[in-house]
Design a protein around this ligand. Sequence first.
Ligand SMILES: Nc1nc2c(c(=O)[nH]1)N[C@H]1C(S)=C(S)[C@@H](COP(=O)(O)OP(=O)(O)OC[C@H]3O[C@@H](n4cnc5c(N)ncnc54)[C@H](O)[C@@H]3O)O[C@H]1N2
Ligand code: MOO
Length: 436
Amino acid sequence: MTHREAHGGPDHRGGEHGAGEHGPVTIGVAEHRTRILDSLSPLPAVTVPLSLARDRVLAADIVALVDVPGFENSAMDGYALRQVDAATATREAPVALRVVADLPAGSAVDPPLGAGEAARIMTGAPVPHDADCIVPVEDTDSGTGTVLIFRAPQPAAHIRHAGSDVRVGEAVLPAGRMLGARDLAAAAAVGVRDLLVHPAPRVGVLSTGTELRPAGESLARGQIHDSNSILLAAAVAESGGIPVQLGSVPDDEDALRAIFEQNAATVDAFITSGGVSVGAYDVVKAVLAPLGVWFGPVRMQPGKPQGFGRWPGTGVGTPIFALPGNPVSVFVSFEEFVRPALLAMQGRSDVQRDAVRGVARGIASEGWRSPAGRAQYMPVVAEWHPDGTLGVRPASSGGSGSYLVASLAGANALALVPEAVTEVREGDVVDVTLVP
Ligand SMILES: Nc1nc2c(c(=O)[nH]1)N[C@H]1C(S)=C(S)[C@@H](COP(=O)(O)OP(=O)(O)OC[C@H]3O[C@@H](n4cnc5c(N)ncnc54)[C@H](O)[C@@H]3O)O[C@H]1N2
Ligand code: MOO
C-alpha cells in the first residue's frame, strides 16, 4: 500500500523568516532546541553508590577490577573428578568413586583427589585443582560415601573458567551510558562499589497566573486549577530529573522575582509556565527579559511563545525555560525543548525521541488543518492495524487546541506536521512520536 505524504496548501510559507498568523515568526523548533542544547553542559559528575546509580549516566569508563568468574567453579550440582577415572562409565556398567570431600558454594577447601576419588560439589563452588570435569548429580546415584557414575563425562565438562566472562582491566561499561539494571549488575560483579555519574538535575517548577488554584480547590468565576505544575513535575521525574515544586505565583513581578532569588542557588534549572505572550499581565517576560532572557515566537503550534535564558547568579547562572501557559503548549514545549535539555544535563547524547511513520486514519474526509509556516504537534491516538500500518487520528475533535488538557491524556503520540504542510488528509503519511 502506498500513501501520500501530508501536503502543503497553496499558501504555505516556510523558511527562516516565514510569517505565522500572528505577526513575524523568526525561529524554527530545531533551531531553538539547538540554541538551548548548545548553551548547556552535563552537570559535574558525582560519586554515588550502585544503589543510587540507576538511570544515571556514567561519567567515566568502568573496567573490571577482578576476573569474572574469579576462579574455576562448577556449573552443576554434582561431583568433581578426573575425567579419565570415569571415561568408561555407562548406566549398565557404572564406575564407583570414593567421595573424599563435600564442597558447597563458598567453600575455600581445595581437596587433593587421588585416582578413583571424587568430591561432591555444588554449583558455584571452586573446582579442586586435581579435578578436570564435573558430573551432574543426575548422572550418578547421589552417593555420599561412594558414588556410582552412570555416564562418561566430556573433558572439562560443566566447569566455568576463571576470566571467561571478563578479565581484570577489560572494558565493561563506557562513559556516556545510561545505567540500567544489567549495567549495575555488571559493575557490581567486576568489583565496583561506587560510580562516577552525572547527577539528576533538580528542576524548580513554577506556575504563574492570578487565576490559578491548587488541584481540588473550589473555583470562583475566572479561576482554574493549576494543571501545568502537576504535568511539569511529573514530566521532569519521567525525564530523570528531581522536580522541586515552587507553587504558583500571581501575576506579580516582585513575588515572581523573589521565587527566582530564593531558589536559584539550589536548583539546576527553572521551568515556568504562563506569562510569556503579549498580554498586559505577562509577568515572566516582564521580569526576565530585562535580564537578557530571550523571548520570541517559535514556528510551532501549539507552543509558539517561548523564553529561554538564565537567572543571573554564581557562574553562568541558572537556566530558565519560560513556557507558555496553555497546557497542551506546555506539554509540547517540554517534549521538544525541556526534555532534551534535561537529558543533556544528565550527560545523555540521545536526547530526542525516535519518530515513526504513521498513516492518518479514521479522520474526517476533510482531514485536519495545520497553520501555514508553523510545525504542528497534534496530540493523536496511534494504534497498529491488522495490515501492519500505524494508524493515527487526533485525540480530540478539538485538534491541537492548546487548552485541551483533559483530552491530551487520551493521546499516546504527537503527530508532527511540517511547517510547509497545511492539511493532513485521510491516508496521508505523518511522522509520529510516541509519548508516555
Ligand atoms: N494577542 C495574542 N494573544 C495570544 C497570543 C498571541 O500571539 N497574541 N498567543 C497565544 C498563544 S499561542 C499562547 S500559547 C498563549 C500564551 O500565553 P501566556 O504564556 O502568556 O500564558 P497565559 O496567558 O498566562 O495563559 C494562557 C492560558 O493558559 C492557562 N494557564 C496558565 N497557567 C496555567 C496552569 N498552571 N495550569 C493550567 N492552565 C494554565 C491560562 O489560564 C490561559 O487560559 O497566549 C495566547 N494569546
Ligand atoms: O502556541 Mo499557543 O502555544 O498555540 O497555544
